[in-house]
Design a protein around this ligand. Sequence first.
Ligand SMILES: *[C@@H]1O[C@H](CO)[C@@H](O)[C@H](O)[C@H]1NC(C)=O
Ligand SMILES: *[C@@H]1O[C@H](CO)[C@@H](O)[C@H](O)[C@H]1NC(C)=O
Ligand SMILES: *[C@@H]1O[C@H](CO)[C@@H](O)[C@H](O)[C@H]1NC(C)=O
Length: 280
Amino acid sequence: MIFKTWTTGLLALCSSTLTSASAIPYVDDQAVLKYADHAASPHDVDADTFTRPSWFTSTLMARRLLALSPSGVISTTFPSHIPASSRTPAEVAGFPIGLREYIADCDGILPENLSHGDNGDPTILALRVATTFRNIGTGSNLSLEIDWWDHLSDAGAVYPGLPPSPAALPRITLFGYLDTLPELSVAAAASLEKCFLQSHPDAKYWLPATPGSPHASYWARLVVTHVYWIGGFGDVQQIGWMNVTEWKGIRQHGSLPGVGDGRGWEDVRLPGEKKGHGAL
Ligand SMILES: *[C@@H]1O[C@H](CO)[C@@H](O)[C@H](O)[C@H]1NC(C)=O
Ligand SMILES: *[C@@H]1O[C@H](CO)[C@@H](O)[C@H](O)[C@H]1NC(C)=O
Ligand SMILES: *[C@@H]1O[C@H](CO)[C@@H](O)[C@H](O)[C@H]1NC(C)=O
């Protein structure tokens, strides 16, 4: 019986991956909250209470995932030709490489004439020497993957009949391009550093313009153009491409006019988060 539920979920995951996201009907908006409640007491998990959150609720969860995540995997590709003088083997030319990098959701603290209005474009501290940023420098496209898999032990059983399962936890891939931030005023740099160092205290040693820093660095921002979401198993979570207008319109508290239903990412919780736990 348990095994059957498991298998059904996995099949649903596979079929949702293959079908168009737009074919998935709108379901229960409050599901994510129920989901979090039940995750706290695995023995109460009951298949009937699991209904798929709406796409807007999923997008709130996705923006919350970005806000709470200190790092993500940036995928780039090596150039199609690698010079013989390079220490990179010529054979990896054109191959993708995913590397975990520090990120922070700090756009909202940038000065008004620079900020994108806290629209979910992640801030990145780029090291000139790092493979990720060298590949981007030679024209590579990039995407950034963020997941909630580190929270498996808090999330507990998130699917009926299944032991704790990373595959049931959310992950997201952001596509776009890297925008180097212009030189910041002293005050703007100080605010950005304060925001970034909250989740990366060690990065103070390689902030831009840090005397004696081992690595030259610069501030950049991923300007998001597309968002791919896997909420978990496809019969209880959404899987597919998000509405980028909604992604960009969501704020911590509420959303821009014309987007959503008055909620912001502060109004949802990810699996295993304590109720009432403040975000930042
Ligand atoms: C933004 O405004 C600040 C201060 O008013 C100014 O120094 C800076 O050059 C402006 N930046 C841009 C990108 O316009
Ligand atoms: C990057 O993506 C764009 C489409 O957005 C494409 O035109 C371009 O060829 C890609 N660059 C590389 C190096 O693949
Ligand atoms: C995306 O969301 C916006 C705001 O809710 C809406 O106006 C627009 O029609 C949506 N786009 C698609 C393709 O559904």
